[in-house]
Design a protein around this ligand. Structure first.
Ligand SMILES: C[S@@+](CC[C@H](N)C(=O)[O-])C[C@H]1O[C@@H](n2cnc3c(N)ncnc32)[C@H](O)[C@@H]1O
Length: 244
């Protein structure tokens, strides 16, 4: 992961909280934000790397939907066969610019494309052996999730896999409250103040819409995947792998 400034986006008390945006301010500090806000981020990346290695097929494409600053692409670059092409998509120009700069800086040498794409309005996927939706489906409007999942599924080759990491709701409201409490404790341990926690929660309120793990599994089976399993779970975060 490249150097990133420390995340202080919500450190100052704001008079009004606007909806969270993946703009320049966030892109600049994003790598630090992920490490301090996503439990076991590095380990879940390592795990999805080993899963992707078992599914990536020479001559095919590996897609990273919501690629942000390219952390996953850079990690997988060290592990996948050289004749696999990487395609990163995002609807934040700031993220795509940061991603391009990181790939150049770290001398990314395999074929790749970075594409501006709004996953809410349809996406073209072809000849994919691996598709990744890492902490991204949660930002897609629920109304559009089924269609996006179908488009990804249609572009995946037979035996291809979809790897997802998502924030999820607890399976009932009691567990949900407990898991959220433990999650904010995790953020405190990582140096976020009460002001930062409260203001970010408010900014994400209508933007990040988590499903329950079970709802995500049902969505995957409904889409047509033959095998679905959970490879990671930490309170309200999970990793799921699905095979076509
Ligand atoms: C939490 S970040 C993903 C993190 C990244 N996958 C990783 O593991 O490093 C979510 C990303 O999804 C992108 N995103 C959100 N809504 C989107 C949409 N409608 N279309 C495309 N990308 C979107 C954001 O710009 C952001 O870069």
């Amino acid at each position: 992961m490249s150097s990133s400034e420390r995340d202080q986006v919500f450190a100052e008390q704001k008079s009004a909280i606007a909806d969270f945006k993946f703009g320049t301010e966030v892109a600049t500090v994003f790598d630090d934000m992920l490490i301090r806000s996503v439990p076991f981020y590095a380990e879940s990346q390592r795990m999805l790397g080993e899963i992707a290695t078992d599914f990536a097929v020479p001559g095919t494409n590996v897609y990273d939907f919501g690629c942000s600053t390219g952390t996953t692409m850079l990690l997988l670059d060290q592990q996948l066969p050289p004749d696999v092409k990487f395609i990163g998509l995002d609807n934040s120009e700031a993220m795509l610019a940061k991603c391009e700069a990181k790939l150049k800086e770290q001398k990314f040498s395999r074929p790749y494309e970075l594409r501006y794409a709004d996953l809410n309005s349809g996406v073209a996927v072809e000849n994919a052996s691996v598709a990744m939706l890492i902490l991204t489906l949660q930002f897609i409007r629920p109304l559009n999730r089924e269609r996006l999942m179908r488009e990804i599924y249609e572009g995946l080759n037979e035996n291809g896999c979809l790897i997802m990491v998502e924030k999820v709701l607890g399976e009932d409201s009691m567990f949900n409250r407990m898991f959220i409490k433990y999650y904010y404790d995790f953020k405190r341990r990582n140096g976020y103040s009460e002001t930062e926690i409260v203001q970010k929660r408010e900014a994400l309120e209508n933007v990040l819409i988590p499903y329950r793990l079970e709802e995500n599994r049902e969505l995957l089976f409904r889409t047509g995947y033959r095998y679905v399993d959970t490879f990671f779970k930490w309170y309200n975060f999970c990793g799921i792998v699905a095979v076509k």
